[in-house]
Structures are given as structure tokens and as C-alpha cells.
Design a protein around this ligand. Structure first.
Ligand SMILES: Cc1cc2nc3c(=O)[nH]c(=O)nc-3n(C[C@H](O)[C@H](O)[C@H](O)COP(=O)(O)O)c2cc1C
Length: 198
């Protein structure tokens, strides 16, 4: 039986040691579907204003990750003027998920409650995303949140079947890697990001 103090300590450690792991550092091993379901179930406990629950996850597994990445590269090609197209970017996008197990397109689906501003729906979806990141860290899974390529572009929204008012927040690549829980770095001291008022 763990004590409250132990649980707090464990949670603090997960928050501190959660790190971004780039997909190229992943090792190609598959995450059990049940584990991915656990992450999504925990995401669903994020807070929302007025129970709008705006998050929407498109989950790719195994070969579907590779197909998604190929399609992502093609979207980049289709929507980039010829003089700006870079073969290196195409290849990077195409092979981004080669060693990942799953990819989750992290989406905000705008509901029909006009009293809730878009900002709140994006904030709530970000909370759901953080639940995924922390739950993944607690299970020593590697995760990368990417917004490059076409991830934030209208073409990706269309590809995922989203509506005009919806928003893609990023692509989460998940897998296994060595040493996923490590101390990180922050550039600005915390005190610069706080104003104490008393
Ligand atoms: C909204 C969002 C978008 C991000 N997009 C990218 C990205 O496109 N490329 C990238 O290398 N990292 C991206 N990251 C991951 C950050 O680079 C990473 O969180 C940051 O370097 C801090 O490292 P840590 O997560 O290990 O603490 C993104 C993170 C967030 C929250």
C-alpha cells in the first residue's frame, strides 16, 4: 500500500523526468494496444469548461504509421511551391515514423457551444495531451510531439476529415527507446516566469 506522500513523490518525479524523445531514437518495438488505450482513457480525464470534451484522437498503429508518414510527405509535396520544395524535408517526413509504434493525431473538435471560446477548447485539448505525455512517461514510453511539415496546415485538417473550425494541435509519435526518463533543461529561471503578489 503506497502512502499519499509516496504517490505525490512519484507523480512529481514523472512530471520532472518526462522528456521528449525524437522518433529516430525509438527502437521499432510495438506498444501493446491496451497500453495505448490506457493513455487515451487518461487523456479523457482532462478538465473542460462546460464538459465540451473537445479532444479527438486519430490513432495509427504499425504499418498505418508508415502509410500516414508517406501521405504526410505527399501533402507537403502537393502544398509546397516547387521553388520551396526540399527533397530532404520530404524524406524526413516520409521516414519520421519508421521506428515509432503508434502515431496519434491530436485534434480539437469544435463543439456547438458558442459560449466556450476556441482558446478554451485548445487549452482543454492541451491538457488531454499532457495527460498522454505523463501517462506515457510513467510507463517509460518514448513520445515526440511534432508540429512540423503539414501538421498545422489546412491540408492535414482535410486529410484527417476535420471541419473548418477544428484544429490539429500536433502529431504524437510513440514508441520505445532507451533512457526516456532523464532530467531536462529550462532556459529561463522559474522566477522570471512568476509574479508573486501579496
Ligand atoms: C505544442 C508543441 C509543439 C512542439 N513541436 C515540436 C516540433 O515541431 N519539433 C520539435 O523538435 N519539438 C517539438 N515539440 C517538443 C519540444 O521541442 C520539447 O517539448 C521541448 O524541447 C522541451 O523538451 P522536453 O519535452 O524534453 O522537456 C513541441 C512541443 C509542444 C508542446
Amino acid at each position: 500500500m503506497t502512502t499519499v506522500a509516496q504517490r505525490i513523490h512519484d507523480l512529481d518525479q514523472v512530471i520532472r523526468l518526462r522528456r521528449t524523445t525524437k522518433p529516430e531514437k525509438m527502437n521499432g518495438n510495438s506498444i501493446p494496444e491496451q497500453t495505448i488505450r490506457e493513455l487515451l482513457e487518461l487523456a479523457d480525464w482532462a478538465p473542460t469548461h462546460a464538459y465540451t470534451e473537445p479532444w479527438y484522437f486519430v490513432v495509427y498503429a504499425g504499418e498505418a504509421v508508415k502509410r500516414f508518414c508517406k501521405d504526410h510527405a505527399e501533402l507537403y509535396k502537393q502544398h509546397t511551391p516547387e521553388d520551396r520544395f526540399q527533397a530532404g524535408t520530404y524524406e524526413k517526413l516520409e521516414h519520421m515514423g519508421d521506428k515509432a509504434s503508434h502515431l496519434i493525431a491530436l485534434c480539437m473538435k469544435r463543439g456547438d457551444n458558442p459560449n466556450i471560446p476556441v482558446l478554451e477548447e485548445i487549452a482543454a485539448t492541451s491538457c488531454a495531451a499532457q495527460n498522454i505525455l505523463l501517462a506515457a512517461a510513467a510507463r517509460e514510453l518514448a513520445v515526440y510531439w511534432g508540429t512540423g511539415g503539414q501538421a498545422l496546415k489546412p491540408a492535414m485538417k482535410e486529410y484527417l476529415g476535420l471541419g473548418e473550425a477544428d484544429q490539429v494541435l500536433g502529431l504524437l509519435y510513440l514508441g520505445y527507446a532507451d533512457n526516456v526518463l532523464v532530467p531536462g533543461k529550462r532556459n529561463k529561471p522559474l522566477e522570471q516566469k512568476i509574479k508573486w503578489v501579496s
